[in-house]
Ligand binder design. Structure first.
Ligand code: ATP
Ligand code: MG
Length: 330
């Protein structure tokens, strides 16, 4: 009975760079909050990272530990959550091959997040096939662990939809062995970049990293894009679409103070510098303790790697069971 009622979480991050405040708002916060209520698996997606970094495996490898340090720094507890290195779970690749037969090229081409990423990353004309089909490999990640819940940022919603379609198609075509997952998207679902672009991304050069030193955070905040029509402090300003306010919405605990600030900005008479100073303070309150914990863990990278190996050993036990179910069903 216990095994039947265990609810599982799977999430993860591509190991393409250190994590940023968008990850914190979009997914890390939820993972930390839920890690004791669900059996939680967190995937260091180094195989997926290669889909647009094939020429750069060293970067992908080096960031396995960097991302793991970010996990520990924000409070993912390796005694309750299991952190798994994707490349050490080869069953995921085999599941991907079977699922690819259940998805059409046309359907893959309609995935709005992949379309946007192809544009953002400038992959038009030389798009790696592996990148184009990565939503299918994500379906393999999620189902390999039999996850019920997937806490992710809003950009990942189309991936979960596609996973559900694959699960339904598989269960209908063969027999019902795969778990249908559900996405968990937070309120501040998608943090824009410091440049005002749609999404903060670790490969996009517009991120504030959890590991940035205090002066760097301050410099990035002071250089942020705001309302381009707000030229003088006395001018009325726009709050919507202004990333400084998006960040305050996501992280400022003083909701009343923030509401008054927005009102003043809209009315005019409030300079960008004042608002940015407030944001710099709010972010420092958030990031100061995270940075300190990260520095502590970073003093012993060997222990960090040992922890990752142990987690992977434990976590990868689930994947062969799923693969076995899948092969039998087929
Ligand atoms: P890359 O640029 O290499 O794709 P990324 O910053 O998009 O990196 P991912 O590893 O692709 O990060 O995403 C990991 C998780 O973080 C996903 O759940 C994703 O939805 C979430 N996430 C990423 N960027 C943001 C953002 N700007 N706002 C909210 N959530 C985000
Ligand atoms: Mg991404």
């Amino acid at each position: 009975m216990a095994a039947m009622t265990t609810r599982r979480i799977l999430t993860g991050d591509r190991t393409t760079g250190p994590l940023h405040i968008g990850h914190y708002a979009g997914s890390l916060q939820n993972r930390v909050a839920l890690q004791r209520d669900y059996e939680t698996y967190v995937l260091l997606a180094d195989v997926q990272a290669l889909t647009d970094n094939a020429a750069n495996p060293e970067k992908v490898r080096a960031n396995v530990l960097e991302v793991a340090l970010d996990y520990l720094a924000v409070g993912i507890d390796p005694r309750v959550a299991t952190i798994v290195i994707q490349s050490l779970v080869p069953e995921i690749a085999e599941l991907t091959v079977y699922y690819l037969n259940l998805v059409t090229v046309a359907r893959l081409g309609r995935n709005p997040t992949v379309k946007e990423e192809i544009r953002q990353k400038g992959l038009e004309g030389h798009l790696p096939a592996g990148f184009f089909v990565y939503p299918v490999s994500q379906a393999a990640d999620i189902t390999a662990f039999g996850a019920h819940l997937v806490p992710v940022g809003a950009d990942q919603l189309p991936m979960i939809e596609q996973t559900v379609e694959i699960v339904r198609s598989f269960n209908r075509t063969y027999s019902p062995v795969l778990v249908e997952p559900e996405a968990l998207i937070p309120r501040a679902a998608r943090l824009p970049g410091t440049d005002g672009q749609g999404k903060m991304g670790k490969s996009l050069g517009n991120a504030i990293y959890l590991s940035d030193p205090a002066e760097v955070v301050r410099r990035k905040v002071m250089g942020m894009y705001t309302d381009p029509d707000h030229l003088r402090a006395s001018d009325p300003g726009r709050v919507e679409g202004n990333p400084v306010f998006s960040y305050l919405d996501a992280f400022d605990p003083d909701r009343e103070g923030l509401a008054a600030l927005k009102e003043h900005y809209r009315r005019g008479g409030l300079g960008d510098v004042t608002v940015k100073r407030r944001l710099a303070g709010v972010l420092e309150d958030l990031l100061g303790p995270i940075r300190a914990r990260r520095a502590e863990f970073a003093t012993d990278p060997h222990e960090g790697m040992a922890m990752l190996r142990a987690g992977t050993e434990r976590g990868r036990a689930l994947a062969p069971r799923t693969l076995d179910d899948v092969r039998r069903a087929m």
